[in-house]
Design a protein around this ligand. Structure first.
Ligand code: SAM
Length: 338
């Protein structure tokens, strides 16, 4: 079928595809085509200018396979309608969350998922995230025991055991965005680095002088060291310990990543004192949607009280956390010391 496509260089195609998909601008009824150095992404009408050439191409129709695992779960219709429509996949491990009265169905849901998506090795039930290390309480309900797996994100390989360390696969676009902002020679501090997804994305797609990657969880730092080796990078330095202290043990930074949404606010002022003029903090927080602007305004006022002029350069609602709450990211620039 003849259709309008975005002509995107191969290296940028995955990023643009995901962006189009999340903005509902990709025409998923047609097959994506690659030719030479370019990928042709079929787009819907009325697409805004994304800085790529639009061209007409003949693309094949795509058969949309049945991917609704719920049709395979042995349960009455009204129960089936309450089963989750989406779930996280880390490597070849699927992680499902269920309302309390549906937990007995977990093994049947696990088998249905594995039949629908044969590449899933294991399905685990998530019984909640615990403590300051944010580790999930996981129970394998279908497939092989053991949740250690290798996850691929924009070409970055991450060895992870989601039962021992925190990892959120839904932040891949955000991590790629941050990496695209890093300038040559920057000193970066990743205060809550986990197994290193932000740090390694930066090392892969930018040329920082060094990334200091900190985490309190011993297992996370051990996985991060293995991931540094796996991705053959030389400028990421994993450090185990409390970032509240460690941030004073490393040089001042051009960029600080604060991906601890439940409590990053408690660390913000210390981090600010370790940022160079012109530097940027990537701040993540969970709050009611109506509270985000007052929270950011308060950070600006409190910084002014410390004699620091900061500016909120960008903020974005990244994902829904509960009916009223979301996870937000904010890029906060240090303009000057007053
Ligand atoms: N940035 C990683 C990612 O995107 O997957 C991990 C983010 S996770 C939300 C927060 C991480 O902060 C966890 O790995 C946890 O162990 C770590 N953490 C919690 N408190 C900490 C502290 N005081 N100092 C250093 N790391 C801490």
């Amino acid at each position: 079928m003849r259709t309008i496509c975005l002509k995107v260089p191969r290296g940028e195609a995955e990023y643009v595809r995901k962006k189009l998909l999340s903005d509902d601008l990709l025409d998923i009824s047609l097959r994506i085509r690659g030719e030479g150095d370019y990928i042709y992404l079929p787009v819907r009408e009325g697409i805004p200018d994304l800085g790529y050439e639009t061209v007409e191409q003949d693309l094949e129709d795509r058969e949309l396979a049945t991917t609704d695992y719920r049709t395979l779960v042995d349960a009455p219709g009204e129960v089936r309608d309450r089963l989750p429509a989406s779930f996280d996949v880390i490597g070849d491990v699927a992680i499902i969350r269920l309302e309390d009265d549906l937990v007995d169905l977990a093994p049947s849901i696990g088998e249905a998922l594995r039949r629908t998506f044969p590449r899933l090795r294991t399905v685990a039930l998530d019984r909640g995230v615990k403590g300051e290390l944010r580790v999930r309480d996981l129970e394998v309900v279908a497939g092989e025991e053991g949740t250690e797996t290798t996850h691929l994100e924009y070409g970055v390989r991450l060895l992870i055991d989601p039962a021992k360390v925190y990892f959120n696969p839904r932040l891949s676009n955000e991590r790629r965005r941050i990496a695209s902002l890093v300038r040559d020679g920057e000193t970066v501090v990743d205060m809550f680095a986990g197994v290193g997804p932000f740090s390694l994305m930066i090392a892969k797609y930018a040329r920082p002088e060094i990334v200091f990657a900190m985490d309190l969880n011993h297992d996370a730092v051990e996985y991060m060291k293995r991931n540094v080796a796996l991705n053959k990078v030389t400028n990421v330095l994993p450090i185990e310990g409390d970032a509240r202290q460690l941030v004073f043990d490393v040089p001042c930074a051009d960029r600080i990543i604060m991906n601890l949404p439940h409590s990053a606010r408690e660390f913000f002022h210390d981090a600010l004192t370790r940022l160079k003029i012109g530097g940027m903090i990537h701040f993540y927080t969970i709050c009611d949607r109506e509270d985000i602007d007052p929270i950011l305004d308060r950070l600006v006022t409190e910084a002014a009280g410390m004699g620091v002029l900061i500016a909120i350069l960008r903020r974005e609602e990244l994902k829904t956390y509960s009916p009223s709450m979301s996870v937000f990211s904010a890029d906060i620039g240090l303009v000057d010391w007053c």
